[in-house]
Design a protein around this ligand. Structure first.
Ligand SMILES: Nc1ncnc2c1ncn2[C@@H]1O[C@H](COP(=O)(O)OP(=O)(O)OP(=O)(O)O)[C@@H](O)[C@H]1O
Length: 619
């Protein structure tokens, strides 16, 4: 099993202030664009609700002082009721605002999640096939997806809360200042240690998760091997479960150890911070009690102190914590932006290719996969013309599929040139060239969608394509779709309810139908008959012969019975062309091809010899 290898993602925490501000602006723009209306409602309700604590405190103070005065007989019941009514009104207003705020936040969060997921998927769709060769792309994709849910909304709501916190602190602080100049600063100071501890461990938690990204992906992969229908047979038969589970658990235990160390340190520092904060509050209380003992503080004013402490503490820690939460969320947002900033490949860039392809020429083409050290193709040259079939043969890993990836412009050659109708393919937009090519890859797609979608893909819902789909299905010998409960509309695969699973050969026939469906001038078959039975292979080869007229056909096969039909056969060995010619030429030459052909033919002969003849003894 290969486990994905990835360079560590760049440490986002080293970004400059300017870059942070850029990310902050970009995040807010993301939120605003997701739903301007809900953003506005959220901001307005949060700011309005932030002024309520001070108003409440002030009314409570008035009430208490009035009650104290009532004891001396100077206040009417009616006057007290008016104050009570104002207080009740404030409570009602508070709950109305918080209801509106919560609703706006929920809807905004939903719109945002949709908008960000869409951007991630749009980006993934625009990445080159080459990007998917890098494990780093997957790391970024996973990090980006993980942040979709909460981070952008987190940044926006925390920023608005910060503004609200300033409103609350300003108004409550003004009330508390009437108790003397030192009370407010002491109470504010008491919140600082806790916030510092939270901050520091928040950033450490982020770094820990970031370090774990790659291993978490490996762990996910190991888990997916236990839960995927594609692997279950092999996993069971080779008794791989225990090993998979134990490796999966080892990763978990590693993460757990890191988490425990972090939690222990955080708890220790957190406790120390709360002791310090209790000391400072105690000092502020002692000071105000001294004034109370001297008869300089009214009952109402004392209530402002007692209730104000909690308010100021939660507001200041909200402000400091909110600042650091914005900072941390921005770190996570960088992961999202880093993914969105990966270079896209514009498949439409370049001149549009028009008309059929008549000739393909590889001129001394060399290729090396990204991030690897070895050329997998060297000096590969050949020409194939309309009406001809070219077969690529060679041992596993010789470079046959790589030739196809270059020909179909999924990758660009590292050296040399590919010429189409004599013109450099690099000049043309890949998408326009790809329209002239129809390919069935060895690892062709098995789409867990309807049979029709498996054939027509993007145009499956276009009724005008009906006849084309039916023709392609017949041509590929995939008529078994007629026996499925809903015909072409039957969902395939095991993943979803009502899906019908097909055999390997049936899937391959559908993939062939997909190839025929596109009316292309170049047909590429990478192992087109690997999963087909003998009759199906025969029929496919017949169809292939018909299809090749007026087109260029490229064929990769390990079956020489198929290969021998090609006009030109290219024998690849270690990324180089070892031999080239027609079947007859190569056989006459008596080289590598002839040897391989004889080897396979011998296999058939000896097998035939082992099969009991019909007129032989029947036992
Ligand atoms: N994405 C990739 N990144 C790095 N190396 C790759 C990648 N794909 C293939 N290779 C390497 O390139 C070489 C050629 O692979 P290719 O798939 O073209 O061989 P092939 O001739 O089609 O083999 P097979 O008959 O097994 O299908 C192999 O050594 C393989 O390890």
């Amino acid at each position: 099993m290969t486990t994905p290898r990835a360079p560590a993602p760049p440490p986002a925490e080293t970004l400059s202030l300017r870059e942070r501000l850029h990310d902050l602006r970009a995040t807010l723009a993301l939120v605003w664009a997701a739903s301007p209306r809900h953003s506005l409602v959220y901001v307005a309700t949060t700011l309005a609700a932030s002024a309520l604590p001070a108003a409440n405190l002030y009314i409570s103070k008035l009430l208490l002082d009035e009650v104290a005065r009532a004891a001396q007989g100077g206040v009417t019941y009616r006057a007290l009721l008016v104050l009570l009514a104002v207080q009740v009104g404030l409570v009602v207003l508070g709950s109305l605002l918080s209801t509106l705020q919560a609703a706006a936040q929920q809807l905004l969060g939903d719109s945002l999640q949709h908008a960000v997921s869409r951007r991630i998927l749009t980006k993934a769709a625009a990445l080159s096939v080459e990007s998917f060769e890098h494990a780093e792309t997957y790391d970024r994709l996973q990090q980006a997806y993980r942040e979709v849910g909460s981070r952008p909304l987190g940044v926006a709501t925390q920023l608005v809360s910060l503004a609200g916190g300033l409103v609350t602190l300003g108004s409550v602080g003004a009330l508390m200042l009437t108790l003397g100049p030192w009370v407010l600063p002491l109470v504010m100071l008491a919140t600082v240690p806790g916030v510092i501890v939270n901050n520091r461990f928040g950033v450490e938690g982020y770094r820990m998760l970031r370090r774990q990204t790659h291993d978490a992906r490996v762990q996910n992969y190991l888990g997916s091997l236990l839960t995927s229908d594609a692997q279950v047979k092999e996993v069971r038969l080779f008794g791989f479960e225990t090993e998979l589970l134990s490796r999966w658990r080892d990763y978990y235990l590693g993460f757990r150890r890191q988490l425990e160390a972090l939690v222990r340190r955080r708890a220790g520092w957190g406790f120390a911070a709360s002791l310090l904060s209790a000391l400072l509050i105690g000092l502020a209380s002692a000071l105000i009690l001294r004034r109370a003992a001297a008869g300089q503080v009214s009952a109402g004013e004392f209530s402002v102190f007692v209730l104000g402490i909690a308010q100021v503490q939660s507001t200041v820690s909200g402000l400091l914590g909110g600042g650091s939460a914005v900072y941390q969320n921005l770190l996570y947002m960088r992961n999202l932006f880093a993914f969105l900033e990966l270079p896209s490949r514009d498949l439409d860039a370049g001149e549009p290719w028009q008309g059929p392809i008549h000739t393909i020429e590889f001129r001394r083409v060399g290729f090396r996969y990204p991030l690897t050290e070895r050329d997998v193709l060297r000096d590969v040259s050949f020409t194939v013309r309309r009406g001809q079939a070219l077969a690529l043969v060679g041992e596993n890993g010789a470079g046959k599929t790589t030739v196809i990836k270059l020909l179909t412009l999924l990758f660009s050659p590292t050296s040399g040139q590919i010429l189409l109708n004599g013109e450099d393919a690099a000049r043309f937009s890949p998408r326009s060239v790809q329209r002239e090519m129809s390919v069935i890859f060895q690892d062709f797609g098995q789409y867990q969608l309807s049979a029709r979608a498996n054939v027509a893909l993007a145009t499956a819902s276009d009724p005008a394509q009906e006849a084309g789909v039916a023709r392609a299905v017949t041509r590929a010998g995939a008529d078994f779709v007629g026996t499925l409960p809903d015909g072409l509309d039957t969902p395939l695969g095991r993943l979803f309810q009502g899906g019908r699973q097909l055999s390997g050969g049936q899937w391959q026939r559908l993939a062939l139908a997909r190839l025929y469906f596109r009316d292309a001038s170049v047909l590429v078959f990478d192992e087109p008959t690997a999963a087909l039975d003998a009759r199906a292979e025969f029929e496919t080869i017949q169809a292939l012969r018909e299809e090749t007229r007026g087109r260029i056909t490229l064929l990769i096969s390990h079956r020489f019975s198929t290969v021998r039909l090609a006009d030109l056969i290219l024998v690849l060995s270690g990324g180089e062309v070892a031999e080239a010619g027609s079947h007859a030429e190569l056989m006459a030459r008596g080289g590598r091809y002839a040897a391989l052909y004889d080897l396979q033919a011998q296999g058939y002969v000896s097998e035939a010899e082992r099969v009991p003849r019909p007129d032989g003894p029947t036992g």
